[in-house]
Structures are given as C-alpha cells and as structure tokens.
Design a protein around this ligand. Structure first.
Ligand code: NAP
Length: 342
C-alpha cells in the first residue's frame, strides 16, 4: 500500500520502546503519520500497546489493515542459546508476516553484521556467524525473502543516540563500554585500534525508514545498508572520543579523568591475559572478562561494510551519546576505576 497525499499512513512499529523503535515511532508521528507502537511491556503513550508478538493475539485496536509495518522488535543479546535466539528474532517475525497481507509495506530492521563471517546471510550453519544473534538475524532476513515478493530490509551497524543531543530511549549493546571504563571492569581494549568501527545515529535509521514509508513498497525485495562504510571511524578514534567525552563530563562534575587503556590484540589476549585471568581472578571478574570477549570480533573488522546509504559523520554523535549516557547514569559515570588485583 502506498500512502496517498492527504491520507496519513496507518503504520505499526514493533519494538517501539527500544533504542531504535522509539526513534522510528517518534519520527513517523512527527511526520504526521497514524503510527502505533507495540512492545512486550507497552509504553506510556496512548498510541503504544502491549503485544508479545508470537505468543498471543494482538489487541483489537491493532487489527489491520496496515499501510506499513516496521519490524524493530528483537533481542539483541549475543549470548542467547540458539533456540532462544530463534524464539526471540524469528518466531515473532513469522507471526507478524502471517498477520500482514502482501499489500502491506513490510520493513524488516536488520544488522550489518547479519552477514556473519561469510559476508552474506545464505548460510544456515551457526559457525558461519560470530554469535547466535547474527545467526538468528540472518535467518530472519531469509524468512522475509521466502514469504514476501516485496519488502524492505534495512541493515545498519552499532546504534548511537540522536544527532542533536545523543538521546537514546534505551541503553544496551555498546553502552557496556562507558560503564566498564568508569568502573575499571576491563583492564585493556582487545582489538585492533586501526580497525573500522561503524556507527549510525537513531536519526539516520528513523529518517531512512520514514523515507521508505513515503516512497511505498518496492518492486521486489530491496536491501538498504546504512553506515559510514569505508569512511567509518577507526576503533582507536571511537575509543578516544568515548574517553574524552566521559573525562570532560567527569571534570565538570569534579571526578578525575579516565586514563587511556592499552590495546592488546585478540591473540595476545587469548594467549596471555585470559589464561592468567582464569587462574587468578575471582568469579565476578571472570564473568566480566567473558562478556567482554564477545566484542573482540567487532573490534577487529578491517574490511569496510559496503553501504547503500552513507550517513553523515558520526564523531559528534558518539561524543554526545556518551555525554548523555553520563547525564542519565550519573552514579556509574562518577565511579573511580579500581585496578585489577589477582
Ligand atoms: N542497537 C543496535 O546497536 C543495533 C544495531 C544494528 C541493528 N539493530 C537492530 O535494530 C532493531 C532494534 O534494536 P534495538 O537496539 O532498538 O533493540 P532494544 O533496544 O533491545 O529494543 C527491543 C524492543 O523489542 C521489543 N520486543 C522484543 N521482543 C518482542 C516481542 N516478542 N513482542 C513485542 N515486542 C518485543 C522490546 O519490548 P520490551 O521493552 O517491552 O521488552 C523492545 O521494545 C533490531 O532489529 C536490531 O537487531 C540494532
């Protein structure tokens, strides 16, 4: 269904309380669309509903038809057992596709990393991906291809806050980093400081989705890949920006700045640091180390992602997002890093 001039499009946004879905819903409503959000726990606004997709029937107010469905709901944790990742990222999609007819413009949000280690989403094998999240997002893309002749798939890398002020409605994923830097949970940065670390703002995703909605469903299945691509910042630059933003915030709040951490390669980490840690550290420290390990694969990417839609520079976005994180997590941002003790 293509929205016609003067008729607001009726749009369903899933995962509308999450980091991305909340920005998408806000942007669509600000543009004058008749947009509604759903999530497992629902939101505060009258246009937000509770619907645990895949587990129950939708509320009556959400019965179709929809001009467009923007599917943002997901579980972005990397360490879910395979079955749970499928339940979280594929089963709700299957239920949603079954409820929306072919006339609805279906927009599936995905990740730049859904292409795993082989560079596409074709493989069904878990070891073709860095983790079960990527594997389940690839399966979700394949399901959209199998069930829809026309649909949009939008991939993007790590998401930071709004371009103007760094606002994010939910801090997850990458935001382990400022917390870990402030409390000393990580003794070193495991990765290649020259590797590429692509990020986008929630605005980049939300504005792109709004353009797709206005343009109507594509002929066939269309893939957009958002990001900086070969102009992405280097890991070292992003981490310097993070530390600089946090240290400025700390200086303004009378807290000592953060020291830079040394970089170690994944190989050095796995051969020297980890065996030492496993022998000498307590269980809580080891839990942090294990969680931190999941990021190694993302901090060593040297091949740029090929983007279809290059977003504007993101250095300020990272800075503002970190400052905003500190404003909204004051106790965590004020902590003094504790040195590691064996
Ligand atoms: N964040 C990133 O860096 C990033 C990067 C690349 C791609 N993406 C993709 O962007 C999309 C949005 O991610 P996000 O970071 O915004 O996730 P998020 O902040 O974790 O939010 C997830 C949202 O999905 C909802 N949800 C999960 N399962 C649901 C279900 N079965 N039924 C209804 N609602 C459900 C959650 O509701 P409750 O809050 O009520 O639980 C929440 O609103 C995902 O497709 C993700 O793969 C994210």
């Amino acid at each position: 269904m293509t929205p016609t001039a003067g008729t607001p499009a009726r749009i369903l946004v899933t995962g509308a309380t999450g980091a991305v879905g909340s920005a998408v819903l806000r942007t669509l409503r600000t543009a004058g669309h008749d947009a509604y959000g759903v999530s497992r726990r629902g939101g505060e606004e009258p246009w937000q509903y509770v619907w645990r997709i895949g587990q129950e029937e939708p509320p009556a107010a959400l019965h179709g038809p929809w001009t467009a469905v923007v599917h943002c709901a997901a579980d972005t944790r990397w360490d879910l057992p395979a079955e749970r990742a499928l339940d979280a990222n594929v089963a709700p999609l299957r239920a949603l596709l079954a409820r929306t007819g072919p006339a609805t413009h279906f927009i599936q949000l995905s990740s730049s990393y859904a292409t795993g280690l082989e560079g596409d989403v074709a493989s069904h094998a878990p070891d073709a991906y860095r983790n079960t999240y990527e594997w389940s997002k690839a399966a979700a893309e394949r399901l959209v291809h199998a069930r829809r002749d026309s649909a949009d798939i939008v991939r993007f890398p790590i998401v930071m806050g709004a371009r103007a002020d760094g606002r994010l409605d939910r801090y997850s994923g990458f935001f382990w980093l400022p917390a870990a830097l402030c409390n000393g949970a990580v003794p070193a940065l495991v990765g290649d400081e020259k590797a590429l670390l692509d990020v986008v703002s929630t605005d980049d995703v939300a504005e792109h989705v709004a353009r797709l909605v206005v343009g109507g469903p594509p002929q066939g299945r269309r893939l957009s890949v958002l990001g900086r691509g070969d102009r992405a910042q280097r890991v070292g630059e992003v981490f310097d920006t993070v530390r600089e933003a946090l240290s400025s915030w700390r200086a303004a709040h009378g807290v000592p700045p953060l020291d830079p951490l040394p970089y170690v390669t994944p190989e050095q980490w796995n051969r020297f640091y980890l065996p030492f840690a496993e022998e000498h550290l307590d269980r809580a420290q080891l839990r942090r180390i294990t969680a931190f390990r999941a990021y190694q694969g993302y901090l060593s990417v040297t091949e740029p992602v090929e983007v279809t839609d290059q977003v504007a520079d993101t250095a300020q976005v990272v800075h503002r997002s970190m400052t905003r994180w500190a404003d909204t997590h004051e106790a965590a941002a004020r902590r003094i890093p504790q040195p590691w003790r064996a």
